[in-house]
Design a protein around this ligand. Structure first.
Ligand SMILES: [Fe+2]
Ligand SMILES: [Fe+2]
Length: 169
């Protein structure tokens, strides 16, 4: 089923992007914000686990990767680097923005997959709790100051654009 393939491909690309965002944030934080390094390391471990889940599905079902995979790696790394340079608050605002956008997509995917593909449904369901915990942590630790609103929206729009493009490429 085409739609199921698309969902697996988008999630595979998304997790790849997430690994790159958090990796860039971790590199900067090792110098500038040492206190948040353990949390970022924990989140990267989650994203690597998520990536493996979708990569396995991609391989066993012989689905091709998103053509723009290396572009998302670069885009993710740049976004992570940029937000980390702006400070801890920008990092958590970025996390909250990305993960809330991702969760929105996971929810419709789950609704669709429930009656179309149980294996894919369970794969998506297995990552949801981690993404929720990332979103909640980002929301709790990111500043609510108006200054950060443009970052929130910039990240949200880039994430939506990346997800949309990944369904086409
Ligand atoms: Fe993830
Ligand atoms: Fe995440």
């Amino acid at each position: 089923m085409k739609e199921v393939e698309r969902i697996i491909r988008v999630n595979h690309a998304g997790e790849y992007g997430a690994i790159n965002i958090y990796t860039a944030q971790l590199l900067v934080s090792k110098i500038l914000h040492k206190d948040i390094v353990p949390k970022l390391e924990e989140m990267i471990e989650h994203e690597k686990k998520h990536f493996r889940i979708f990569n396995d599905l991609l391989v066993t079902r012989d689905i091709r990767r998103c053509y723009a995979l290396s572009f998302w790696a670069l885009g993710g790394f740049s976004l992570g680097f940029f937000t980390a340079m702006l400070g801890r608050n920008a990092i958590w605002v970025c996390t909250n923005s990305i993960e809330s956008t991702v969760l929105h997509h996971l929810n419709w995917q789950l609704a669709y997959l429930k009656s179309n593909d149980i294996e894919a449904h369970d794969a998506v369901l297995s990552i949801k709790a981690d993404e929720e915990s990332h979103q909640e942590y980002g929301q709790k630790h990111g500043s609510e100051s108006l200054v950060y609103r443009p970052i929130f929206w910039l990240v949200r729009k880039s994430t939506e654009l990346a997800i949309w493009l990944s369904t086409k490429l």
